[in-house]
Design a protein. Structure first.
Length: 208
């Protein structure tokens, strides 16, 4: 399958994104369907220890959802480029997590110094957000009610700074780079991440 077959048209992407941002959940579902071949193609490059290929496809779809949530409509970067970057990052996270479970106690402790230099999206930040999984990936990428609830949460419950932190870290910036953009120190960024995690935990507790 060629690259042009894997990437839907940029113009159509923007149309669907505009509709989704206006509350049209069906637009998001169409976007998920159009990008699923790309997710499957990228997932097929990896092996998940202790899991199945379908698990990787689900992880890739979560990366796609993250792109849908944080894409800047005024950006010169095509949506397809951000989507592929976050899909890839999510897949790598899943594979790395699968291979290091036996070292979990050691790996759960990540120093602030390390986070300040390493891109958060590459290892830890995606998993921290605990975005929704795929309940039936052959029919729907993400349940409508979860999509609507999470969209409302992102719009209404995160402060402007927290929303910016999510956006920058999900694009692969390190804590230090994110701080430079926002004129904040690394500790402030880490504190923002902790607040986001607490809010996300409350959100998912409410969804149960």
């Amino acid at each position: 399958m060629t690259s042009s077959q894997l990437h839907p048209s940029a113009k159509r992407d923007l149309e669907l994104l505009n509709r989704y941002r206006s509350g049209d959940i069906e637009a998001a579902e169409e976007l998920f369907a159009s990008y699923k071949p790309l997710v499957i193609s990228r997932a097929n490059r990896y092996f998940l220890q202790g899991g199945e290929q379908e698990d990787l496809i689900q992880e890739g779809m979560i990366g796609l959802f993250q792109a849908l949530e944080i894409y800047d409509m005024d950006s010169d970067l095509p949506f397809a480029a951000l989507a592929e970057r976050l899909i890839q990052a999510r897949l790598i996270d899943a594979v790395r997590s699968g291979t290091r479970q036996k070292h979990k106690p050691l790996n759960e402790s990540i120093s602030l110094e390390a986070k300040s230099e390493n891109p958060a999206g590459a290892d830890s930040f995606n998993a921290q957000l605990n975005l929704p999984g795929v309940k039936n990936p052959e029919d729907k990428a993400i349940a409508k009610e979860e999509l609507e609830a999470l969209h409302d949460f992102m719009q209404n419950k995160l402060s402007p700074m927290e929303a910016r932190v999510v956006s920058l870290l999900q694009q692969g910036l390190s804590y230090r780079e994110t701080g430079n953009v926002l004129n904040k120190n690394v500790k402030s960024i880490d504190n923002a991440v902790q607040r986001i995690r607490r809010k996300m935990k409350y959100f998912w507790d409410e969804q149960r």
